[in-house]
Design a protein around this ligand. Structure first.
Ligand SMILES: [Zn+2]
Length: 898
């Protein structure tokens, strides 16, 4: 694709390639200015095209071809729309050799072969390989790779590629070389090379198959003390995948390499995973509990891709969720299993769902709404979305729910039996899970279930119950609908698993007996809603029950139940399902936030009622609950979540009002529960030696929330003791979670001590890039107050440590601003003007990063005036830029389209 061309690629137009590339022998003479690439390929005409004389069209981008040979003879070629076109080729398999050059140093897009911190790194998914050499850059063309790397030995002592190192040695002029062979055929998006000055942590493990494996984590020399957790996570992932799914490592050597300039989180290149430093490096002094958790999840995720992604890959990029939805599901299950206790598992589930609802639900309601398996795209990089990843994982989770845990494991086994070594589709996966479980709840409704892959939008489930005292029956009616989304005005019913329990008024779980069912009935049932509306009747109930619906968030839907305050309080106090307990508390908070936002228009002060405060107090005091769970219970729904619920009620969003109301509620909870927060602090502030386990990290999270409340309340009362304590903790803390928590308490409350604490923190961690990222984010995400947060962000954009060239740093300030609604959505439009400038500035350097930032105004249509009009103008200003990348153009034109 040429720069700026906007071709719509459609799923329905898929056709197999006219040629296969069976093996490729690549050689690199690495030089930052001009790298020479020689590619020798064994090419085979696709027999399905026999009789035709198809031209071979190889993808290429920003590279220069110098010679093309077929079976050793130079041939003529032409370049057409960026593709290298070869005609009159042999009808038998032949050898194709291409010489070309590329310029890694100029590659600021970080896609293809690029330089970072004096080393060479690659990123090829989705279409970066074509920026290295000409190839059939599509996932269904799989080849074995042999790679020879040559480079200056002193500058690049480590030379890595996929597979196993078979040869290495010295060359003239201070250069050296290494030869790597990967025996597993793979699509080119899984190719990787690294040439850099790195050190590594190593460990040998023996897998269940009895094979010996070498695990390595490569980092810059100063970072070796931050690799232990990544290595432990890798070993844990290896053991987990064998135990849970019987999947063993198929490589002698498995490498992880950390790089600080990286667009994504990490990349599962066969045997040579390349990671954003953010998801590798962790030690207690520089990383928080959240970072430790993320490292574990991402290391697991990329490792699990070796089977779900690499051994079985995607036929085309529309099938991206085949590997991503499934692998996110696997990493979520892994981290839940690692968390241990049922309560810790529930905490993890709540965190995942909170993320899904905040980001994916908003995506599903906006201009970028697309099915889990999209139908078309202009820039595939724009479809590495929460829908493909997180909603895709929910679709897999629903299948697992419908066939059961053992059934899902059987389905996975069949999936690999059928498709190992192939490039397949989402349909193939669903079929395998179903076929392995013919008697399950999935098999008879598989076709309808697959609508989850095809239809975009978040389904609504309405629930209403009716108790018939005379017959001691309770009838629950569930109905579903799904709003129109771009290109999809009508939706067919989804297959929605609804996990259900019934409680009596005292909170006891009730047996759930159907008419004609056995007397001894379970206290939890899985209902399957598959029609527009269905009723379920339960018998032998002495009083109207309180339904606990959608336990564990059994489907990615918006539940619209008419639960009374009493019902919600009963669930909050007693539900045996931890997710629904939390959800009841969120619901109670949400309703108050929504009512107060609407009352604000009449000039009413937002005030929390005693019933809510009492309920929160009881939970905070309840020592039988895990600290992590209490931290979640005591946190009000986010501003963006409140905004989306207002949109559902047809109310235009004023981010300033939502912010004011939520802040007022936070201040009231801080004041009313002051003594309780202080007690919690006393009990949990000292957590002893650092360990990132679920119990300790939960205690730290609750202590940090307590401190934030106490410092916030000090801003009201004029107390100086708590800000002083926070400042002291910021100085003395022995781990980053406590230190950042204390700093955050000061910054969030706009305490006077925030400034010296920020300055001290910055001085202390200069040179620790990931910590300085946190320093930027903390300031950009502080609660807005009279425009000072936005002013701070603008000033920080001029800070000597700030650069838009490093994606982590750019995200730490700019993406953080767009996620701070009151700071970003200003009445004077200054937030949008700044945003438009930055999108345009970054687009010239790194289009993927710019496109992510461009999504900050996806939901502009939901805003009240004057923000709505101002946001539209800002989008139009970006869209008017003639040389915009296809990536950013797709985002802004979708946003502006009706
Ligand atoms: Zn992935």
């Amino acid at each position: 694709m040429r720069e700026g061309t906007e071709t719509l690629v459609r799923r329905e137009l898929y056709s197999a390639p006219a040629y296969w590339i069976r093996s490729v022998d690549l050689s690199f003479d690495l030089d930052p200015i001009k790298t020479l690439v020689i590619s020798r390929m064994q090419v085979e005409p696709n027999s399905a095209f026999a009789g035709h004389h198809e031209a071979l069209r190889l993808d290429g981008e920003d590279i220069t071809v110098t010679r093309v040979q077929v079976n050793g003879q130079s041939i003529s070629f032409r370049l057409e729309n960026g593709q290298l076109v070869l005609e009159n080729l042999p009808s038998e398999p032949f050898q194709l050799e291409i010489r070309n050059t590329c310029s890694p140093e100029k590659n600021t897009r970080l896609n293809g072969l690029y330089t970072s911190g004096g080393g060479f790194f690659t990123q090829c998914e989705a279409q970066g390989f074509r920026r290295i050499t000409f190839f059939l850059d599509r996932p269904d063309v799989m080849a074995t790779f042999k790679v020879t790397l040559r480079a200056n030995k002193q500058s690049y002592p480590v030379l890595l590629s996929n597979g196993n190192k078979v040869e290495s040695g010295d060359l003239d002029h201070g250069r050296h070389y290494a030869v790597w062979v990967d025996p597993h055929p793979k699509p080119c998006y899984l190719f990787a090379l690294v040439a850099a000055n790195l050190v590594c942590r190593e460990q040998r493990v023996v897998s269940r198959t009895g094979k010996d494996h070498l695990l390595q984590v490569y980092v810059r020399s100063g970072d070796l003390d931050k690799t232990e957790h990544a290595m432990q996570s890798l070993v844990a992932a290896l053991i987990w995948d064998e135990a849970r799914f019987g999947l063993s490592l198929d490589l002698e050597r498995f490498m992880i390499v950390a790089v600080s300039d990286f667009n994504m989180g990490a990349m599962e290149n066969k045997g040579l995973n390349i990671f954003n430093t953010k998801f590798v490096l962790a030690n207690p002094a520089t990383a928080t509990d959240v970072d430790f958790g993320n490292v574990e999840a991402v290391v697991g995720h990329e490792y699990f891709h070796n089977w779900t992604g690499n051994r079985v890959t995607c036929r085309d990029w529309f099938q991206l969720s085949l590997k991503e939805g499934l692998t996110v599901y696997r990493d979520q299950e892994f981290t839940q299993d690692m968390a241990g206790s049922p309560s810790a598992r529930a905490v993890k589930r709540i965190e995942d769902v909170r993320q899904l609802r905040q980001i994916q639900f908003a995506e599903d309601a906006g201009p970028m709404a697309h099915p889990v398996r999209p139908d078309s795209y202009q820039a595939i990089d724009n479809f590495y979305t929460s829908t493909v990843y997180e909603k895709g994982a929910e679709v897999v989770r629903m299948m697992a729910t419908l066939v059961g845990r053992a059934g899902f494991a059987r389905g996975m086994t069949l999936y690999f039996e059928r498709f190992d070594g192939q490039a397949v589709t989402c349909d193939d996966f669903a079929q395998a899970i179903s076929d392995a479980n013919p008697d399950s709840a999935l098999a008879p409704r598989l076709e309808a279930f697959k609508r989850w892959y095809a239809q975009s939008g978040t389904p609504r489930v309405q629930a209403s119950g009716e108790y018939d005292a005379d017959n001691r029956r309770y009838t629950l009616t569930l109905s579903q609908s799904c709003p129109a989304t771009p290109g999809q005005s009508e939706k067919q019913p989804f297959v929605i698993p609804v996990a259900l329990g019934l409680l009596d008024r005292e909170g006891r779980a009730l047996p759930m007996q159907f008419v004609g069912g056995p007397l001894a009935s379970p206290t939890e049932r899985l209902l399957v809603l598959e029609e527009a509306s269905q009723s379920f009747t339960f018998i032998n109930l002495d009083s109207a029950p309180v339904p606990s619906l959608l336990r564990g968030f059994s489907a990615p839907v918006i539940l619209q139940a008419q639960a009374s305050q009493d019902d919600l309080l009963t669930l909050l106090r007693h539900d045996s399902d931890a997710f629904n307990r939390w959800e009841a508390g969120q619901q109670l908070g949400l309703e108050r936030l929504l009512a107060a936002v609407q009352a604000d228009q009449n000039g009413e002060e937002p005030t929390l009622d005693a019933a809510f405060i009492d309920a929160m107090q009881a939970l905070l005091r309840d020592e039988s609950l895990d600290a992590a769970f209490r931290e979640l219970l005591l946190t009000l729904p986010s501003e963006s979540y409140v905004a989306e619920r207002l949109v559902e009620r047809g109310v235009a969003v004023d981010p300033q009002t939502i912010h004011r109301v939520r802040d007022a509620f936070r201040a009231q909870l801080a004041q009313a529960l002051h003594a309780d927060w202080a007690a919690v602090w006393d009990k949990h502030a000292q957590t002893g030696g650092y360990s990132p386990d679920a119990i300790s990290s939960g205690r730290r999270a609750l202590a940090n929330l307590a401190l934030a409340n106490l410092v916030l309340d000090a801003a009201r009362s004029g107390d100086t003791v708590w800000p002083g304590r926070a400042y002291q903790r910021c100085k003395d803390a022995t781990n980053m979670t406590d230190r950042l928590g204390a700093l955050s308490a000061l910054v969030q409350a706009h305490a006077e001590l925030a400034e010296p604490a920020l300055a001290r923190f910055h001085a202390q961690f200069q040179g620790e890039a990931l910590v300085i990222d946190k320093w930027f984010t903390l300031q950009a995400t502080a609660p807005e107050s009279n425009g000072r947060v936005f002013a701070r962000v603008k000033a920080l954009a001029q800070h000597p440590d700030f650069s838009v060239k490093n994606p982590n740093r750019a995200r730490s300030l700019l993406m953080a601003l767009t996620q701070n609604p009151a700071a970003f959505h200003r009445a004077d439009a200054a937030g949008y003007v700044f945003w438009a400038e930055k999108v345009i500035e970054i687009d010239a350097i790194n289009r993927q990063l710019a496109a992510r930032l461009a999504r900050g105004l996806d939901r502009w249509r939901t805003l009240a005036e004057p923000q709505r009009g101002a946001a539209q103008e800002a989008l139009q200003r970006v869209a008017a830029k003639p040389d915009l990348s296809a990536d950013v153009r797709e985002i802004v034109s979708r946003a502006l389209a009706a």
